[in-house]
Design a protein around this ligand. Structure first.
Ligand code: SP5
Ligand code: ZN
Length: 351
């Protein structure tokens, strides 16, 4: 039996229409076509598809604080009601000032009147734009991850959530890196709630999943392990993803970062994936943050992994033999995106 694919078709409503990168609006790569390409490829192969169950704000509260959820839910309407669409003519929600800790030393953080300033309380970067359908799509993506986790908790050996927008850069109270709600973290929490803890989250996206790490940093009920491009080499998320981040308190030793040099190819990358599998030893279930942007021609990462490398990674993780929720993260080369995902899923099911 091929594993089920949960596909949130509202993803098409999220049209970031670019990103503000170093102050310049560029085209961006987290496009609606990504979701369509993955779905078309898996449909052609014959995977069974289903739609996500609906979701409640309480479900999101298992990971995110209510202020972030409320902001994301209302940001577009607030922006429309503000003067920004007319002056200066900005049609997407984007932050403008950031309340860094020393800017307001010891002061109560007041709710600013300006939505541009309010956005700076939640956004970790300027690249992650909010448009008219962003909230509906982000909610549907989270619902897809939760549905996949529910299926696995009910006895399906594995399920794949073919979602966008991705989630692993979003934390308890912040969004960024093209992510709004942390889909993988929501799935992990659901597995714990359904008695499948301890859970291991294995993140093979090319970038470090700083949001997932933050959410579970002080617990050992959900471990987090990631292989990614070294932030010290100048890559997003820049401040996080270093090997000395090992978790705090009860979570000490339950966080594992394996940063890799630019240009790293299959053998070393798969060595990292193997170490993550070993790190998951003793976990009763797993969430895979499946970013396929470590692919050698991906525009967002200098890692050099092949399609065969992703297939072999699937087999390494499948061989762990534990109930698994696979959640889509990044991967931006539209020509190869479908084949990379299909390769991983194929390898995974070889077990
Ligand atoms: C989920 C995910 O993979 N997020 C990745 C976000 C990384 N974005 C960093 C973007 C930096 C600007 N990209 C311009 C690429 C020019 N080659
Ligand atoms: Zn990525």
């Amino acid at each position: 039996m091929p594993l089920p694919v949960v596909f949130p078709d509202k993803h098409v409503l999220h049209v970031p229409d670019g990103e503000i990168w170093v102050g310049v609006r560029i085209a961006g790569t987290e496009l609606p076509a990504r979701g369509e390409v993955i779905a078309a490829t898996l449909r052609r192969i014959g995977y069974p598809f289903l739609s996500p169950d609906s979701i409640s704000l309480t479900d999101l509260g298992s990971v995110h604080n209510p202020e972030l959820v409320d902001f994301l839910r209302t940001a577009w309407d607030r922006w429309q009601a503000s003067s920004y669409p007319a002056d200066p003519g900005q049609d997407r929600v984007v932050p403008y000032v950031f309340p860094l800790p020393d800017v307001i030393p010891g002061r109560r953080l007041r709710q600013p009147a300006s939505v541009g300033a309010l956005t700076g309380m939640f956004a970790m970067d300027t690249m992650t734009l909010i448009g008219p359908g962003t909230w509906e799509a982000a909610e549907d993506a989270a619902a897809a991850a939760l549905t996949a986790a529910t299926m696995v908790a009910a006895g399906s050996p594995a399920a794949y959530a073919a979602l966008r927008p991705p989630g692993h850069h979003a934390g308890t109270s912040f969004y960024g890196g093209s992510c709004y709600l942390n889909n993988a973290a929501l799935a992990a929490r659901r597995l714990v709630d359904r008695d499948l803890g301890p859970v291991v989250v294995i993140d093979i996206d090319a970038h470090h999943g700083n949001g997932t790490q933050q959410i579970f940093y002080e617990t050992d009920t959900v471990r987090y392990g990631s292989v990614h491009i070294d932030p010290a080499a100048g890559y997003f998320p820049h401040w996080l993803g270093f090997a000395d981040e090992v978790g705090d308190g009860e979570g000490h030793g339950a966080n594992l970062n394996l940063p890799l040099d630019p240009g790293t190819g299959d053998e070393k990358w798969l060595g990292g994936v193997g170490r993550l599998a070993a790190f998951g030893d003793g976990a009763r279930s797993m969430v895979v943050s499946l970013g396929v942007d470590a692919w050698k021609n991906d525009p967002e990462s200098p890692l050099q992994v092949s399609i065969d490398g992703y297939t072999r990674a699937g087999t390494l993780l499948g061989q762990m033999g534990i109930p698994t929720v696979i959640v889509q993260e990044g991967g931006y080369d539209l020509k190869t995106l479908g084949d990379l995902v299909a390769g991983f899923l194929d390898g995974f099911q070889r077990r």
